[in-house]
Every structure is written in structure tokens, then in C-alpha cells.
Design a binder for this molecule. Sequence first.
Ligand code: SF4
Length: 209
Amino acid sequence: MVQTEKKVKLAVNGGISFGAKLNAKQLMVIADYMNDEDELELTTFQQLYIDVVENEVEIVKERFKEVGLSCYPVGNFVKSVRTCNFCKGAEEEGMPVAIELNNRIAGIPVPFTLRTAYTGCPVGCGEPLVNDIGVMKVRDGYDLYIGGKAKGRDATTGALLMAQLSPEQLYEKIETLIRTYAEKGKKREPFYTFIHRYGIEELKNEIYK
Ligand code: SF4
């Protein structure tokens, strides 16, 4: 009987930069770990899903990192932060803040997949209002939205939770929101459902503590 090697799914992207792009070298390195019949899945979330042999995962992650690819777990975790293209410039539109936010929260285990999005100006190309947690840079501050829902007949935009935060305030508030959801959310309870069960005012109390 032919033994097939166990595979695990990895989410991969080119990290936060001027748009969701991959260069030729990155594509070639990804292809090195694929057989002719293997497929890459393109998600709606600026990530590619690739199946890799379980006992090679750490080697693959290291090789991907060498060419600037970022790897994330797949499943009930905070997804990597979806961003806009920073068309007006990295500093002006807060790319370092988006990168730091991503470093802090992507991959945290939560009751159900949690989507976050960042956009560098009110045009909103990163679609922050239709994600679980959305950030919009407005002038020199960061506005924080929660409870957006892009899917389903009850799709809706998120509510503004706090406006004109500093970067440190933004990280702290989002980390508190995620920690509260991780601790008090029910198993497989989407963030949108959790917010409405837990209550927006109670959540505000948590993040003002
Ligand atoms: S949200 Fe603003 S900064 Fe970002 S890509 Fe769109 S227009 Fe450019």
C-alpha cells in the first residue's frame, strides 16, 4: 500500500507593502515545494494557501522567509491584516503602523477566523468597514471600526468604536478586543455574533479599563 505523506495548509503572502504582490523569485520558491498536479488556492484575503508536507513545515517557512514571504496558520486565527496599496506613500498612509499591527495580532488563536483590514485614507481601498476589525487612517489619527460583515444577506458595515487614536492606543485597543473575544467568545462564534451577544457598550468598557 502506498503511504501518502501527511500535509498541512499554510497561508502565504508577500507581507505588507505597496499592494498584495509576489515577485518572480518568491513564485519560484513556492513552486519548488509543489508537484505538477498540486494547486495553490487564491483567497479573498490577500493570502495563498499551499499544502506542505507536515514534517517539512519549519524548513519551508524558513525558506519562504528568506525570500520575503510571510507564513500564517490557517483556521481559527486572526488573519494577516488586509491593506490598501498605500498609493500616497508609506509614511503618509501609515504603512509602518499596519506592519506593526500585523506583527502583533496575525496568528492569534480565536474562536472563529477573524478578519482585520487597514486602509491609509478615507477612500477605504482596504475595505475596513466590511471586516471584523477595521482601521482607517484619517489625517494624523487612526479610526477603529468593529463588526463589519461582508458575507451573507445580513452583510453590514462596521461601527466606529474609537476615533483619532495614536498608533500605541490603536495596538492596545485592538489587542484588548482580540483578547476579550478569545477569552469570552464561544467556540466557532464569529466576531460579528460575539459583538452582538456581548454588547458594544460592554466591549467599550473592556477597552477603556
Ligand atoms: S485607501 Fe487611500 S492611500 Fe490607500 S490605496 Fe486607497 S486611495 Fe491610496
